[in-house]
Design a protein around this ligand. Sequence first.
Ligand code: SF4
Length: 413
Amino acid sequence: MTTNTLEQKRYFSFELLNWYTRNKRDLPWRRHRNPFYIWISEIMLQQTRVDTVIPYFNRFIARFPTIEALAEAPEEDVLKLWEGLGYYSRARNLQAAAKQVVELHGGQVPDDTQAVAALKGVGPYTTGAIMSIAFNRPEPAVDGNVMRVLSRYFLIEEDIMKGSTRSHMESLVRELIPEGRASDFNQALMELGALVCTPKSPHCLTCPVMEHCSGRLAGREETLPVKTKAKPPRLEPRSVALIEGSGDNTGRLLVRQRPAKGLLARMWELPHELAGPEGYNGPVPDEPAMDHLAAHLLAEGVHARPVRYVREAEHTFSHIHWNLRVFQCEEVAAPAGKAGEQPLAAEQRASYSTTAAKPGALVALADQAEQASSTLPAGYRWISEADMSTMAFPKVFLDLITEYYAKQKENGC
Ligand code: SF4
């Protein structure tokens, strides 16, 4: 690192604040200093772009204008308003923390760093953001954007994935915050990272602090920050069943609710299973994959037969990448006494039954077709398009189901 002279630091804070005053974006959460709204915006903005967050934020505060309203809402309503934003544990934690605030702080976000840091889902960055933006307390709010700007300006070559680097940056921000200006300063730092000192091709020529930027002067603006690569998400090929109802369920699709704990807890989805090794990568239509899916649906107590390959889709979590192959399925009749068992989330299964996966499973299912279909396994239900307005789906399934109903309408069904 170069010598961080007092002058370089003062220059940075002064020019940054001047620039922010002239260039700050008019964002909905900046129109007031309501700590609850600032908190919501900071949670939504984690891993998510500002443009994406704005409509979600506006809908969320319209439905939950107070902490009490959020604390008392059914979880399904909270998830529905978060639908498509991803990282749903953020929404669950936000609601759990709202309950904490009601119980412990009379429904008001406390002006107390320790108390805010103790709220569920509120880490060091969010604590700093709430305390500085809402209460103007001189607390650092250091995330990846801020670390990028500081690494470049001060030519810091420490790995930003290390906790020690974060601590160093937090100390640096404490030094940089001008007295009484914590709210604007932290927002200015975030704004510079978002608009000017961008991850790729930073706009140094229009940057308000370019003159004393050590990274730029050393020609390092494109190579900083130093960051060890995160492990890529694990690839999981999955087969998805788009099961159309028949008889009383004509025009409906079969969906299931995920277990109460774990990935995408309690959200709704199309049934899907880890694809069998024998054929996922084969050509489509993929007979082995269809047999495998049919067998697993059967093992779960769902009586359906894949009839047509529809398309591929994908969904990425921080640690898993789902590569989905979607099959349209027809409902077939259930034998008596097999329904009503609680399903496990497909990815919670350690192994798959080899007896259920034999190719003859389709024939067996077809033979059941004359029997009456009645009860579904626990957690499953038939839905119409209208039902979707109250049920929360991960984005990939929301898109698949929306597309299905749009095609049905096009075809006059
Ligand atoms: S001059 Fe370039 S590298 Fe330095 S802070 Fe500004 S945008 Fe970032």
